[in-house]
Design a protein around this ligand. Structure first.
Ligand code: PAF
Length: 280
């Protein structure tokens, strides 16, 4: 497995991997890898001939009140996991390679960036869209795998690649969950033992609400009941909403046509958990 930290070595490594029309799959990450990331590598591998993963803790996507320095890092552990997963290349640019002094271009995606995480984390999706566009262009990958766990991010990146005519296919990969339903996330390591025991309630409350709404129960009352369950379980919900799957527009009645999701963000102590599930 090759590890590249500058653009010249990345370009010659990806040119070699793509020789003879071989397709390159990309798995963008910020490191602190868990089984969910390794599932992205496996999915990218199924859809391409060689796989590159990037590890870059992107300062541009952290809001002013978020602690970039506290983001978990484990370079040696991550490289070992990627090698074992059969990754061919790891792209680990230092910040000054990704954003050289004087860098002045950012990508702003309207539409699916609005609301939810866009409100909770101002500037977050600008940072995600900018770094993903750069990763797509730097690697020339044909396919990029993203977890459904960050549903709004998946829609923002898909919209951005489509709007900018970047010749890459965004491959959605189902959320990987612990046995009790908790969605895998790098943030789970910050849960105390007591919080970890409570955490699966988020997925349970969402699953119950999705089943009720699919069965015809009124949307507002069902979501309010789910939020009340979360409060009782020690959560402080930021939002719990029914949305159009692609546009993230909030819905107060069930759609008859087109996919819907329930999306949620809720705090357990200092840890903010995100999840989403399809409805119907
Ligand atoms: O989901 C993440 O880990 C990040 O937002 C991503 C897509 C790697 C961009 O920095």
């Amino acid at each position: 497995m090759l590890v590249c930290r500058d653009l010249a070595s990345l370009r010659s490594a990806t040119a070699r991997l793509r020789e003879g029309g071989r397709r390159l799959g990309l798995v963008p990450t910020m490191g602190a890898l868990h089984a969910g990331h390794l599932e992205l590598v496996a999915a990218a591998r199924r859809e391409s001939d060689a796989v590159a993963a990037s590890i870059f803790v992107n300062p541009l996507q952290f809001a002013a009140n978020e602690d970039l320095a506290r983001y978990p890092r484990d370079e040696a552990g991550d490289l070992a996991k990627l090698a074992a997963a059969g990754c061919d290349l790891v792209w680990m640019p230092p910040v000054e390679v990704m954003y050289p002094p004087g860098a002045a271009t950012v990508i702003e995606v309207a539409g699916p960036s609005a609301g939810w995480e866009g409100d909770a984390r101002p500037g977050h999706f600008r940072g995600v869209a900018t770094v993903c566009a750069k990763l797509f262009l730097q690697t020339g990958a044909e396919v990029a795998a993203f977890g459904e766990k960050d549903w709004q991010q998946l829609q923002v990146v898909t919209r951005m690649a489509r709007d900018l005519d970047i010749p890459i296919r965004i491959l959605p990969v189902a959320t990987v969950r612990e046995a009790d339903g908790l969605a895998m996330s790098s943030r789970n390591r910050f849960l105390t033992e007591d919080q970890r025991r409570r955490a699966p309630l988020l997925h349970r409350a969402m699953t119950d609400a999705a089943a009720a709404i699919a069965g015809g129960a009124p949307v507002a009352a069902t979501l309010a009941a789910a939020e009340a369950k979360l409060h009782d379980g020690g959560f402080a919900p930021d939002y719990l909403a029914l949305v159009e799957a692609e546009t993230l527009r909030g819905l107060d009645v069930r759609r008859a046509d087109g996919p819907m999701r329930i999306i949620a963000a809720a705090r357990l102590g200092a840890v903010r958990l995100l999840d989403n599930i399809p409805v119907g």
